[in-house]
Write a protein that binds this ligand. Structure first.
Ligand SMILES: C[S@@+](CC[C@H](N)C(=O)[O-])C[C@H]1O[C@@H](n2cnc3c(N)ncnc32)[C@H](O)[C@@H]1O
Length: 381
């Protein structure tokens, strides 16, 4: 039976941030954030209370803070995040009024600024980390070992999140992400865990999928562990209305066929800064391409035509994004042996438009008569 005031007291000497959210009473502050500060050389703690749209600040000594926490915070917030210089821990309130730890991890240092792409490797998730949501999702066993049958998936997602972590470093205190075609949502949960628990950011993620049962299950798990800000919606991303708020990142992992194009088009149209997209089953070009010139030899045999069509699709996607002002890398994000669908388009908006590729793609489209949705969805600039 953890009492959150005691947990807070233990953390105080090394505390960097504490966040109390999801109040149990409608009339309390929506959220409270605690941070240490130095006042005339003395360590104090500042509480920021968010009430409506206003923020109120109050400074405390250690003893006064703990007395205030006992009176005003204990049992009154469903979700608590305690971040120290070395560790980040997340708790949720149980029905009996005690708190249960739902995640813990070594805290990540927040570097001063973004760096290039060739940075040291960040290990994001290790076997043995206490992430009960991954037990519910069937990725970890009850003692937090990787389920053997999920090993490849775990490796893929870990690598995916490592790449995200390398690129997204200095983007403020809040991150908003959309996952198109989230399926069972291993990636979505791990991204949430990384940003909310490891980095201590306010994290809002929506996972979209066609399958209502899978979406309901993912929402249940997110709710069970108090993952505020993580939700799932049933949507056909090629047709339905999607989030209209500011979004920082769009991710897709093996979203089928043109669902990837709609995700990329969303990112371009909504001014999204980061895209991490691993495409899958690029049928559209394969089904529509016809013979028309020097490349006809590549269309003679089904398997070669399929592979060429997939590569052509992704080359066109990269060219459209570059034309729209993104810097794009196409990388093999895991070994081919772990997943044959292993190309990732990693794009960051820079505002520099790279011309030429899109025009070449349009010329090929005319010559070979194929359809490619992103070319239709995003007009040339
Ligand atoms: C191969 S699964 C990948 C799931 C997950 N991203 C992962 O890597 O484990 C593809 C998912 O995309 C979803 N999907 C396909 N087309 C979609 C669409 N038009 N709108 C929303 N979801 C879609 C499917 O229902 C399926 O769950």
């Amino acid at each position: 039976m953890a009492r959150i005031t005691q947990e807070l007291a233990l953390c105080l000497p090394a505390l960097t941030k504490a966040v109390f959210s999801q109040p149990t009473e409608a009339n309390g502050a929506k959220k409270i954030e605690l941070r240490p500060l130095l006042l005339k050389g003395e360590r104090r703690y500042q509480a920021e209370r968010l009430e409506g749209t206003k923020a109120f600040h109050e400074n405390f000594t250690e003893a006064a803070l703990l007395a205030w926490a006992e009176e005003r915070l204990e049992g009154r917030y469903r979700q608590v995040l305690l971040v120290t210089e070395t560790e980040s821990r997340q708790f949720i309130l149980k029905r009996d009024g005690s708190y249960k730890k739902t995640g813990s991890a070594a805290a990540l240092p927040r570097p001063a600024g973004a760096q290039g792409h060739n940075r040291e490797k960040d290990y994001i998730l290790r076997e043995g980390e206490e992430i009960p949501a991954l037990v519910d999702l069937g990725v970890f066993t009850k003692d937090f070992k990787i389920v053997k049958a999920r090993y490849d998936k775990f490796r893929q997602i870990n690598r995916f999140v490592e790449l995200v972590a390398q690129d997204v470093r200095d983007d403020g205190d809040t991150i908003r992400i959309l996952d198109f075609g989230c399926g069972k949502s291993y990636l979505t949960f791990i991204l949430y865990y990384y940003f909310a628990v490891r980095r201590g950011l306010k994290t809002e993620i929506i996972g979209y999928d066609l399958k209502a049962d899978v979406v309901a299950r993912c929402n249940e798990i997110a709710e069970r562990y108090g993952y505020e800000g993580l939700r799932f919606e049933v949507a056909d991303v090629t047709r339905d209305r999607l989030a209209e708020t500011k979004i920082d990142m769009v991710v897709t992992l093996h979203a089928c066929d043109t669902a990837t194009d709609y995700a990329l088009a969303y990112a371009v149209k909504h001014g999204v800064r980061h895209i991490f997209s691993v495409p899958c089953c690029q049928h559209e070009v394969n089904l529509s391409i016809q013979k028309g010139g020097e490349l006809d030899l590549l269309l003679e045999h089904g398997i070669i035509k399929e592979r060429v069509s997939a590569l052509l699709t992704d080359a066109i996607r990269a060219a459209v994004l570059e034309d729209a002002g993104f810097e794009v890398d196409v990388i093999e994000f895991v070994d081919f042996a772990h997943s044959p669908k292993n190309l990732m388009l990693r794009a960051r908006y820079t505002g520099k438009h790279r011309r030429g590729g899109r025009e070449k793609a349009e010329a090929l489209q005319k010559q070979y008569g194929f359809r490619q949705s992103l070319l239709d969805l995003i007009p040339g600039t």
